[in-house]
Design a protein around this ligand. Structure first.
Ligand SMILES: [Zn+2]
Length: 237
């Protein structure tokens, strides 16, 4: 069966999937252990039938991703050794790992310099780098939250609190108590994408669910939000 690629948007994430047609009479949607999604559709179904199915099953797909992701190494392609490239705010940096007096991470001239006080191991390097990402994410996300919040001062009286977490399938979410949670991975994306995710969550203060009203509000406040969202998918690890 020949498979083609398509994607649908659900919340702040795009669900990329492959689909094909078969003689079967019902749809079969599967999430595979490598997190890819496939749909087998009966001959004669239209692309919008398939997209509708993926959208209806989106919450389930997201749960399946979280389940499978527990069994995957977090970043299988990452080795945390000198020469490897890592991203920060949309730019690529090369790792330089060395032993020195104290643990430190410095970002300069295209390099992320990681110094460890003991013999550097990939695990140690990873911890230091993640701590560095987290420190910078806290500062930058908070700044951007203030900037983006100025677009919605009438809707948002109290500035929302911010939480940063590692998440598998979402860039951000808003709790009923008004707390915004952002994915730590978002700090790897460019500022325009960070702003998109933050403004998206802020718009949920005014419109809870994704409907025409929600997308209209977002469009008015950020006319190029679709391009930003597309760009963001590139930074999903
Ligand atoms: Zn949303």
């Amino acid at each position: 069966m020949e498979l083609r690629s398509d994607s649908v948007t659900w919340g702040t994430i795009d669900i990329v999937y492959r689909y094909g047609f078969s003689r079967r009479k019902t749809f079969a949607l599967r999430v595979h252990p490598d997190l890819t999604v496939t749909v087998k559709a009966p001959f004669g179904s239209s692309l919008s039938d398939i997209q509708g199915l993926v959208k209806r099953r989106a919450a389930w797909i997201s749960r399946a991703w979280s389940d499978f992701a527990q069994y995957l190494p977090r970043q299988p392609q990452r080795r945390y050794i000198s020469g490897e490239t890592h991203r920060y705010m949309g730019k690529q940096y090369r790792l330089k790992v060395q032993q020195g007096d104290i643990d430190s991470v410095k970002c300069m001239r295209g390099y992320l310099w990681i110094t460890t006080s003991h013999n550097p191991t990939p695990g140690k390097t990873k911890n230091l780098l993640e701590g560095w990402y987290r420190t910078h994410a806290k500062k930058i996300f908070q700044e951007r939250l203030l900037v983006c919040g100025q677009k919605l001062t009438r809707e948002i009286k109290n500035p929302p609190t911010l939480q940063i977490k590692k998440m598998v399938s979402r860039w951000g979410s808003l709790s009923r108590a008004g707390r915004i949670t952002l994915n730590l991975e978002l700090i790897k994306a460019p500022r325009e994408c960070i702003d998109y995710v933050i403004l998206h969550e802020l718009c949920h203060f005014k419109v809870r669910h994704h409907g025409p009203k929600f997308w209209k509000l977002l469009q008015d406040l950020m006319p190029d939000f679709k391009e930003r969202r597309k760009k963001l998918n590139f930074y999903a690890e």
